[in-house]
Design a protein around this ligand. Structure first.
Ligand SMILES: Nc1nc(=O)c2c([nH]1)NC[C@@H]1CN(c3ccc(C(=O)N[C@@H](CCC(=O)O)C(=O)O)cc3)C=[N+]21
Length: 294
């Protein structure tokens, strides 16, 4: 079997069109456009590129972008004060604080300061609690993007065996909850999991989010499985800069029925789901009916 390649970029472009189409009616009812604020503390070059590309996409879709790039020495009090100012700013529907934050800042304290209705990253304990208890709320962009691709690829996921490798707050844990909500039987694997290969071999759906390049080997993949690769490790291979996934892609191609590439799979979805969550938050805050765009 040769796997189909899941084109995250193409799905994200389609979602972009559906998002853009909601904006004229929103503007007619509210007199404004949806707005997204992104905060970056410190000058990690990769993070700066993401923040700028988020800003560019936000404007391309016809929304307002507010970018705050602060020096690495910014204090926690100052950062929380900025979040509170953005909470109070009606032009801002979504607030994303780029993680990780410098060591002298307590991430949870900052995330808790975000108004849960503007928590487009789904990181606030209120959002996490809503996801676990199946109430409506904002869901982290990367896992929601993975679920959109899986639903598009497979339709109903009920009864499928899924494994998530990685248990981060931003990706692994919410991914497990989303798959459970979609009626999968979910295995959460991580660095202490024993016999990982055997557990992966049982899975119809594999979501690799461990952040270790190439750790999932081709012969671990059950023939016909669907593979979502969240890994993005920057490396230099044969003198060229490369972005590497967590899955041995070449070997997986021979076993999986479908697989996301890196780049061009989950990455473009993450940014577009951020836009999606921003228009959802905007509609919710304006008291407009809930949107269903996927
Ligand atoms: N609070 C928070 N939320 C985040 O969502 C968040 C964060 N912090 N910190 C940093 C990571 C990283 N991240 C990516 C977004 C897009 C691509 C992306 O578009 N990748 C392209 C390739 C881009 C390239 O070549 O560098 C792709 O996979 O095709 C990757 C990574 C979001 N993050």
């Amino acid at each position: 079997m040769r796997a189909q390649i899941i084109d995250g970029k193409a799905y994200a472009d389609g979602l972009a069109d559906r998002i853009t189409a909601t904006i004229p009616a929103f503007t007619e009812k509210t007199g404004r456009v949806p707005g997204l604020a992104v905060i970056l503390v410190g000058s990690d070059p990769a993070s700066e590129i993401y923040v700028r590309s988020k800003g560019r996409k936000t404007r391309e879709l016809g929304m307002a972008s507010f970018e705050h790039i602060l020096p690495a020495e910014t204090g926690q009090t100052e950062l929380v004060a900025l979040v509170e100012a953005l909470n109070a700013d009606n032009r801002v529907d979504g607030i994303l604080v780029q993680l990780p934050l410098p060591d002298h800042i307590d991430e949870l304290a900052v995330v808790r300061a975000i108004d849960p209705r503007k928590d487009v990253d789904g990181l606030h304990p209120e959002s996490a609690g809503r996801l676990v208890s199946g109430r409506p709320g904002l869901v982290s962009c990367t896992p929601l993007g993975c679920l959109m691709l899986l639903r598009d690829q497979l339709g109903d996921l009920s009864g499928l065996d899924a494994i998530v490798i990685g248990r981060s707050i931003l990706v692994g844990k919410p991914m497990g909850q989303l798959l459970l909500g979609a009626n999968c039987t979910v295995t959460m694997a991580h660095s202490r999991t024993r016999n990982l290969a055997d557990k992966v071999r049982q899975a119809d759906i594999i979501v690799a989010a461990a952040g270790q390049a190439g750790m999932i080997k081709g012969d671990w993949i059950r023939p016909g499985a669907t593979v979502i690769d969240v890994g993005t490790t920057r490396a230099v291979v044969d003198g060229k800069r490369r972005l590497l996934g967590d899955v041995d892609f070449a070997a997986a191609l021979e076993r999986a029925s479908a697989i996301t590439p890196v780049p061009g799979g989950v990455g473009p979805m993450t940014i577009m789901v951020l836009m999606h969550n921003t228009v959802l938050a905007a509609h919710d805050r304006a008291g407009l009916p809930h949107l269903q765009l996927w």
